[in-house]
Design a binder for this molecule. Structure first.
Ligand code: NAG
Ligand code: NAG
Ligand code: NAG
Length: 342
């Protein structure tokens, strides 16, 4: 009897460990913590900017004016390398496809995506006339768009990873990305069956999503504060963020489902840019806790998981943006308040 009661106590303890999910209160605390870490980042950034007299100064930051460049279409160039491209948006998607092996789970992951968001933002402002890209979430209309709908396409399997069905997805059926207003053309590349030409061919279809509640559990405020707080160096930060599908980076995609789950063509889903803006925010806040020690830190090599083996990333390593822009060096994008990113 004693043994049984001991056993049941052990089971109870084990069971309670198994279901020791953070409470709503813990999530709320973690949410505030990330906001506090962000304040520290901003404070540290402003401290260095205040001392500057040239370059990206405080004045320049505050008086920032967007100059509208002439409309630049790269379709001719795009058409040669990315035959399936049908829109300016596909320039960005195609570059992601071509760069995938060099900018994931390696030292170029964060710098490549930071600059990609900046380039996309510039195109939105300059070519499409979105004056206020940085709409505050406080001013965002209330109410969440529904992410699921009737099934339109099936994308079985996700490479070597198997995902349980999520909440039931399909073509986005409300908002600006419904099939009558928005089509995707490239891909799939990382899902089977592949689209023509390894996903670079013409394959018009709807934008589909399938929200996963399971993966949303890996992208909570406690995860974000744990990532920023618990990463001693950039290698640890990257590993926690990007190596596992349950890291914040992977979880964000698997939460959206379907189109976003293709590691090559996930930017077909415009939510890609919001997701990566958040990933970049994590990096910026992490850097901002110790600008001197972390701003110019690099790690890793230039190929996914170092396959095939490649050189270590340095501040001089070039990042390729194909038809979207001239290459940049890693050193040109590590700071959020220098160069083009000022
Ligand atoms: C498009 O590319 C082709 C092949 O390189 C070239 O012959 C043609 O002149 C280009 N057209 C434009 C408008 O740039
Ligand atoms: C995210 O949080 C969940 C739930 O607490 C936890 O199981 C998971 O290990 C966390 N993931 C990371 C990368 O911190
Ligand atoms: C690349 O980085 C690793 C890990 O920091 C280091 O051990 C190795 O010596 C570096 N290789 C070169 C060629 O610098």
């Amino acid at each position: 009897m004693k043994f049984i009661s001991l056993l049941s106590t052990v089971w109870l303890v084990l069971a309670s460990l198994a279901i020791a999910e953070p409470s709503d209160r813990e999530e709320a605390i973690a949410f505030k913590k990330v906001a506090k870490l962000q304040q520290q980042y901003q404070k540290n950034i402003h401290k260095i900017i205040k001392q500057r007299t040239t370059g990206c100064t405080n004045k320049k930051l505050l008086r920032r004016q967007e100059c509208l460049p002439p409309r630049q279409l790269h379709l001719n160039n795009t058409f040669i390398r990315i035959p399936g491209a049908r829109s300016r948006y596909d320039d960005f998607v195609g570059v992601q496809v071509l760069q995938t092996h060099f900018v994931h789970n390696d030292g170029l992951f964060l710098p490549f995506h930071r600059q990609s968001i900046a380039l996309y933002e510039k195109a939105l402002r300059g070519e499409c006339g979105y004056a206020d890209w940085s709409l505050s979430y406080k001013r965002y209309p209330q109410g969440q768009p529904s992410l699921t709908g009737p099934l339109c396409i099936t994308l079985p399997g996700g490479g070597a990873l198997n995902f349980p069905p999520a909440t039931g997805g399909g073509c986005v059926y409300s908002g600006p990305f419904t099939p009558d207003k928005f089509k995707i053309y490239l891909g799939p590349t990382g899902l089977t069956p592949k689209g023509p030409l390894d996903g670079l061919g013409y394959n018009p279809r709807c934008l589909s999503r399938d929200s996963s509640l399971q993966y949303s559990l890996y992208a909570r405020p406690t995860n974000a504060s744990g990532l920023i707080d618990g990463s001693e160096d950039l290698a640890a930060f990257n590993k926690a963020l990007d190596t596992s599908p349950k890291g914040l980076h992977g979880a964000g995609y698997f939460m959206m489902g379907l189109v976003a789950m293709d590691v090559f063509t996930c930017s077909n889903d415009p939510a890609f840019w919001l997701h990566h803006a958040q990933v970049d925010r994590m990096w910026a806040i992490w850097q901002g806790q110790d600008l001197e020690g972390r701003m110019r830190q690099v790690w890793g090599t230039q190929t996914q998981g170092n396959v095939p083996p490649s050189a270590n990333v340095t501040l001089e390593t070039q990042i390729n943006f194909g038809v979207v822009s001239a290459p940049k060096t890693v050193g040109e994008v590590v700071s959020t308040v220098d160069g083009d990113l000022c």
